[in-house]
Design a protein around this ligand. Structure first.
Ligand SMILES: [Zn+2]
Length: 70
């Protein structure tokens, strides 16, 4: 399978995207961001990248909703 982000070929070991979503180490916000922006699974490298950088980049579309409570 081709990574939707870096277009590298990688081994996609799940039967379906749904199953991958259930197994993924990414949280639901990261997954929905990923699906919304890339439309499909990413290679492990990109997954790691997304996971480690997600809350630093300021690209989280839910930040405004969750970050306003004190
Ligand atoms: Zn990739």
């Amino acid at each position: 399978m081709k990574c939707a982000r870096c277009e590298k070929e990688f081994l996609f070991e799940f039967h379906s995207v749904q199953q991958w979503l259930l197994q993924s180490k990414l949280d639901i916000r990261q997954l929905s961001f990923l699906i919304y922006n890339y439309g499909g699974p990413l290679c492990p490298d990109c997954e790691d990248d997304l996971q480690s950088g997600f809350y630093l980049w300021g690209t989280n579309p839910y930040r405004r909703m969750s970050g306003t409570t004190k």
